[in-house]
Design a binder for this molecule. Structure first.
Ligand code: P1T
Length: 382
């Protein structure tokens, strides 16, 4: 099946008992057994639930994986991957990550004996030079949140696997979605999503996803998901599956609008710098062109006036763009990383990579582009 068909039908079947085209919301915690161990494949909803199974099959299908797993949030999906590791193991991660990812690494798992190295993923030797016998996981986020850096997934995976095939490579594919790039096809082991964002697409649920194509790895992750219990609810699974079915159409518009917003901001006299991989001036534009179908709807920029006051004036004055954390929904959002999504990262670390008070992140929605540009224009004129 082609991607646009898979998005709708991949891993799906009509409900076997009624023919329902969409899976019912199986709002049940448990399942009747006729004799101990005699059941219809479902025992207890922490292990599996038919609505979640339908979604997990769709997740696997859209990333060209064999298994998908749905969690109660993106961070619980990350938590599941980290629980595969043992004290003393080391992780090499990008230096620009969602603030919550940085926090779970440094404030949760470091204390259980994992060691994290944060490197600029633009240079593959930064990764290969940090690999030692304890390295177990490479954590990529591309495009990164919020600086929109692009890592060359294929080149990095090849270099890592040449050194040691047992090192897992995981890609947080939240910003790109499988519409734009499919990391499992490029050799990585695990794809992770905050499905709260584009996969759900409507800002009405919290969810995480993992997709893999290796049977043994799938078994291990399923065991952790079952044993730890941070599963997605039946209702959220239903909503996410409904959202996934329009991902390709939404992403087309997100990309069109994202491109138009970036082009507008580049020429604005009050704007110092625009971070969007679709711009020829973006340092990773060529890599983005190689591995992504298009460039997405996330755009960050810095104002020339570097004061927090100038940023706040803009943030307080947008009308169509809502000031809020999160991204990837149909509606446009605006976010101030230093005080909102990335406030958890210590200031010196933030400043080292360029997350300053003048940085503003836009999640460009699928509204009419004229209204979006008009809104930016009026807010920038304040
Ligand atoms: O919020 P949650 O569903 O737990 O997902 C965490 C997460 C993981 N990875 C990336 C790239 C993310 O952007 C997020 C969540 N991000 C936001 C809430 C935000 O506004 O950036």
């Amino acid at each position: 099946m082609k991607f646009n068909t898979k998005i709708i039908h991949g891993g799906q079947q009509h409900d076997p008992s009624t023919g329902a085209v969409m899976p019912p919301i199986y709002q049940t915690s448990t399942y009747a057994q006729t004799s101990p161990g005699q059941h219809k494949g479902y025992i207890y909803s922490r292990a599996a639930n038919p609505t979640r199974s339908a979604l997990e099959n769709a997740f696997a299908s859209i990333e060209n994986g064999t298994h998908g797993f749905a969690f109660s949030s993106g961070l619980s999906a990350i938590d599941c991957v980290l629980r595969k590791l043992n004290p003393g193991d080391e992780v090499i991660a990008g230096d620009d990550l969602y603030g919550g990812t940085y926090r779970i690494f440094t404030q949760m798992f470091q204390k259980y004996g994992l060691k994290f190295h944060f490197v600029d993923m633009n240079f593959v030797e930064n990764i290969t030079n940090s690999i030692n016998k304890n390295t177990k996981l490479i954590w990529l986020e591309t495009p990164t949140n919020p600086l929109m850096k692009i890592a060359d997934i294929e080149e990095i995976t090849k270099a890592v696997k040449t050194i040691n095939t047992d090192i897992l490579v995981s890609v947080d594919n939240t910003f790109a979605t499988p519409y734009l790039q499919r990391p499992l096809d490029l050799g990585v082991d695990i794809v992770m999503h905050s499905a709260t964002k584009y996969l759900g697409g409507h800002s009405d649920l919290l969810m995480g996803a993992l997709m893999v194509k290796d049977e043994k790895l799938a078994k291990e992750l399923h065991f952790i998901q079952f044993a730890s219990g941070a599963v997605a609810s039946p209702m959220d699974s239903f909503l996410a599956l409904r959202g996934v079915k329009t991902l390709h159409i939404r992403m087309q518009r997100h990309c069109e609008n994202g491109k138009a917003v970036a082009a507008y901001l580049v020429n604005h006299p009050k704007v110092k710098e625009v971070y969007y991989p679709g711009l020829k001036s973006h340092p990773n534009h060529e890599v983005a062109k190689k591995q992504m179908k298009d460039f997405g709807g996330m755009v960050s920029f810095k104002l020339k006036d570097e004061s927090q006051k100038a940023a706040f004036t803009f943030l307080e004055n947008t009308k169509v763009f809502t000031l809020a954390e999160s991204l990837g929904g149909v509606e446009s959002l605006v976010n101030h990383p230093t005080t909102m999504t990335h406030a958890t990262i210590p200031e010196p670390e933030r400043l080292k990579i360029g997350i300053t008070d003048s940085l503003i992140r836009l999640s460009v929605g699928i509204e009419d582009i004229d209204d979006l540009l008009e809104d930016l224009e009026q807010a920038l004129s304040k």
